[in-house]
Design a protein around this ligand. Structure first.
Ligand SMILES: NC(=O)C1=CN([C@@H]2O[C@H](COP(=O)(O)OP(=O)(O)OC[C@H]3O[C@@H](n4cnc5c(N)ncnc54)[C@H](OP(=O)(O)O)[C@@H]3O)[C@@H](O)[C@H]2O)C=CC1
Ligand SMILES: O=C(O)C1=N[C@H](C(=O)O)C[C@H](O)C1
Length: 246
């Protein structure tokens, strides 16, 4: 499987390039980045059109690359694994539109542990309908989007059980008593934190915290490579971790 790696010079791009070496049947044939670097095991360019024929694109870059990625992949029917977070609503609509004739695997988090955190959060929201729910995410100081893609995924899972709830972030001043239909979402940024997500359920006289801590970016890279194998032969459509793991 030949891979085009979008975001090749970033923290995640480097980790994917490292992890792919463990797979005999996968190789990166081209890297795309705004400011390319020379001397690595595959060519990196700022011109996506220079990429050779490939089987899949893996994207860990910036939401602003989406239009170019779709313009390149769609005419070729080239499956896309989109791990980048922070897409606008308009970009999400573009992605869903492109998925009518392109296989797109999109997830805000490619780790197995976060997938289970999501299932647990939904189950807890159902089992504890009177508990207030808050999500706290923490990431490194380079992260440019907030809240994290994972936090948004957790909100969506909880809203499956609480369809009338809405997100509240950054409380300040006289905000009044907290209604049950809020989901508080809080973004912490600092140092080299790889990624932490806590779902806090607070009831009267008791609370539960369900927490996932990423100890290495390798978990995201391995998950994205597994997703690339999963959608390599898939029919057009939008796929996520539920489709791959169940
Ligand atoms: N779904 C998941 O499991 C995970 C998702 N992520 C997401 O992946 C993304 C990347 O994270 P990370 O590697 O830490 O970020 P970095 O800032 O370290 O790297 C970003 C990469 O994207 C490239 N890039 C940015 N803008 C453009 C552009 N306009 N055109 C071409 N290339 C561009 C950068 O190259 P240059 O600077 O030269 O332009 C760089 O190679 C983020 O959205 C993050 O949230 C991260 C971890 C896990
Ligand atoms: O930017 C990151 O680093 C991460 N981004 C993803 C997100 O926004 O949820 C996943 C992971 O937490 C690391």
């Amino acid at each position: 499987m030949k891979i085009i790696l979008s975001g090749a010079t970033g923290a995640m791009g480097r980790m994917v390039a490292d992890q792919v070496q463990a797979y005999e049947d996968m190789e990166i044939v081209f890297g795309w980045a705004g400011k390319p670097e020379q001397g690595g095991p595959f060519p990196i360019s700022a011109q996506l059109e220079e990429a050779p024929a490939a089987d899949v694109i893996i994207d860990f870059s910036n939401h602003a690359t989406l239009t170019d990625l779709l313009a390149y992949a769609r005419p070729k029917g080239l499956p896309l694994v989109i791990a980048t977070t922070g897409h606008t609503e308009a970009e999400m609509t573009l992605m869903e539109e492109a998925a009518k004739d392109l296989a797109i695997f999109h997830s805000g988090n490619f780790s197995l542990g976060v997938h289970v955190l999501k299932l647990l959060a939904r189950q807890a929201a159902k089992a504890l309908p009177d508990f207030d729910i808050e999500i706290i995410e923490a990431h490194h100081h380079r992260k440019v989007d907030a809240p994290s893609g994972t936090a948004k995924m957790l909100v969506s899972a909880i809203q499956e059980e609480r369809p009338d709830s809405h997100v509240v972030g950054g409380r300040e001043g006289h905000v009044g008593a907290r209604p049950l239909d809020e989901i508080g979402v809080h973004a912490v940024r600092g140092g080299s934190i790889v990624g932490e997500h806590t779902v806090l359920l607070a009831g009267l006289d008791e609370m539960i915290e369900i927490k996932h801590t990423a100890l290495s970016r390798a978990i995201f890279a391995k998950g994205a490579l597994a997703a690339a194998q999963f959608i390599g032969q898939a029919q057009p459509g939008m796929y996520n971790m539920d489709d791959m793991i169940g």
